[in-house]
Design a protein around this ligand. Structure first.
Ligand SMILES: O=C(O)CCC(=O)C(=O)O
Ligand SMILES: [Fe+2]
Length: 275
């Protein structure tokens, strides 16, 4: 790896990350390497890696303030789907994962409404964060989203909103929690419930029927950054209870540059396309 970047005080995100605890600016040092190794170990063992207090309290507070200020810009997406986000298969029994529909409702504030100087926009645009994410995921290189709407978006979930059980289309996801709801809004997952070799329809059907065996809870305190293998871990967010919105961001990365949403997905999440 190349020697790089600025000392922490000069980094454009120095006020956003607790760099004493999480030295993403110093990955080539001994403590940086040890930190990455710990993250990899947790991700391998639990299917998720949870970094509480990653984002500083001031940066969290500013993101909550911005999210509330921009709330009326949010686009509501509420289309039912199956766990794979594929066309429902009418040839299988109704309880089969290919046919079973779940409910998801969320309100997304597109990247183009969020100021470039917002704490998370500054962090997301830094190469140090991209390098850190790639290092934990053991990728030689990763690219940030190039989508004008989807790059650094902020999601609100209000009372009654939820995300139904699903597998992510992407291999992994990275989330940043700003504000949990008072009750509900909890992220549960079943690590490695399927694999490339085994679709495990019976195991998925059991979860869809309410079986909680092997279920894990990803804690979501304000300021937490979490990695999870959402492609093989079935996961959901339970309905939000109470007047406090659950507010978070899903950070998007890919192995190719110029990554953009297709028009159908862009319309679904943001009510428009960027072209
Ligand atoms: O909001 C979360 O915690 C998870 C979001 C998620 O699962 C997704 O966007 O695919
Ligand atoms: Fe997901």
């Amino acid at each position: 790896m190349t020697q790089h970047t600025l000392p922490p005080a000069a980094a454009s995100y120095a006020d956003v990350v607790d760099l004493d605890r999480y030295p993403i600016h110093d990955l080539d040092s001994e403590r940086g390497e040890a930190f990455v190794a710990e993250c990899r170990k947790e991700l391998a063992e639990k299917g998720a890696c949870n970094l509480p207090g990653f984002i500083t309290p001031d940066a969290v507070a500013e993101m909550v303030r911005l999210a509330n200020e921009l709330k009326d810009k949010a686009w509501t997406s509420s289309r039912p789907h199956n766990v794979y986000f594929t066309e429902l298969d009418k040839t299988v029994p109704a309880e089969h994962p290919l046919a079973h529909e779940v409910r998801s409702v969320k309100h997304g504030i597109a990247n183009d409404f969020i100021p470039a100087e917002a704490p998370l926009s500054r962090l997301y645009s830094s190469d140090d964060l991209t390098r850190f994410i790639a290092a934990v995921l053991e990728k030689p290189v990763l690219f940030r989203s190039a989508d004008p709407l989807d790059a650094l978006q902020v999601t609100h979930m209000g009372e009654g909103d939820e995300l139904g059980w699903h597998f992510d289309r992407s291999e992994f996801s990275i989330t940043v929690m700003y504000q949990p709801s008072e009750e509900g809004g909890e992220f549960y997952y079943h690590p490695a419930l399927r694999s490339d070799d085994d679709p495990n329809y019976d195991g998925i059907t059991a979860v869809l029927q309410g079986d909680e065996t092997g279920q894990m809870l990803l804690p979501g305190a304000p300021g937490t950054l979490a990695f999870f293998h959402g492609h093989n871990a079935l996961h959901h967010v339970t309905p939000v209870v109470g007047a406090t919105s659950r507010i978070n961001t899903v950070l998007t990365y890919g192995e190719h540059p110029d990554m953009k949403l297709n028009d159908i997905t862009s319309e679904l999440f943001y009510g428009r396309t960027s072209a």
